[in-house]
Design a protein around this ligand. Structure first.
Ligand code: FES
Length: 160
């Protein structure tokens, strides 16, 4: 029988060790180390920050505060697919509100929430650098421009 908890710990240990090995056990490398761990595990579990804190001699409170500051880092487990919606003014002016409402309806989530089935996380973001084709949304690494409310369901369906 597979011990899921033990496997989880092994994966965390592996992610922390390889990130520290790659960048060196130095506080100046904290951000790239955290990014690598986040990429490997999908988020930064408390156990990973605990282990990293010991290796780098950095208090956990500081690690949590760094993780909370950068949008690409998260201490909360995210869904299989992360939907980000640009809420900056140019996208808003281009009709973003209707797209946002369609997203809220389609996913039945609030900002920052993850669906109970672990499939989706919904986030808002500031400008994604594609203002000329607003409204803009991202699903995982894919960016969608000139999105209309009617297209939202079809876009999401590509990831199911
Ligand atoms: S304002 Fe939305 S991508 Fe720039």
């Amino acid at each position: 029988m597979t011990d899921v908890k033990e496997n989880g710990r092994a994966a965390i240990h592996q992610a922390v060790s390889s990130a520290v090995e790659k960048h060196g056990a130095s506080r100046t490398e904290l951000i790239p180390i955290l990014i690598d761990i986040n990429d490997a595990l999908g988020y930064l579990p408390g156990e990973a920050l605990e282990e990293l804190g010991i290796l780098l001699r950095v208090p956990q409170s500081q690690l949590f505060s760094v993780a909370g500051f950068y949008q690409m880092l998260t201490t909360k487990k995210r869904g299989k697919h992360v939907v980000q919606f640009c809420e900056s003014a140019p996208c808003h002016v281009a009709g973003g509100q209707k797209v946002w409402e369609a997203l809220l309806n389609a996913l039945n989530l609030k900002t920052g929430e993850t669906s109970a089935d672990g499939q989706w996380t919904l986030l808002t973001t500031s400008c994604l650098g594609a203002c000329g084709v607003g409204p803009v949304m991202m699903v995982d690494e894919d960016i969608f421009g000139n999105v209309t409310a009617d297209q939202v369901t079809e876009i999401l369906a590509r990831y199911q």
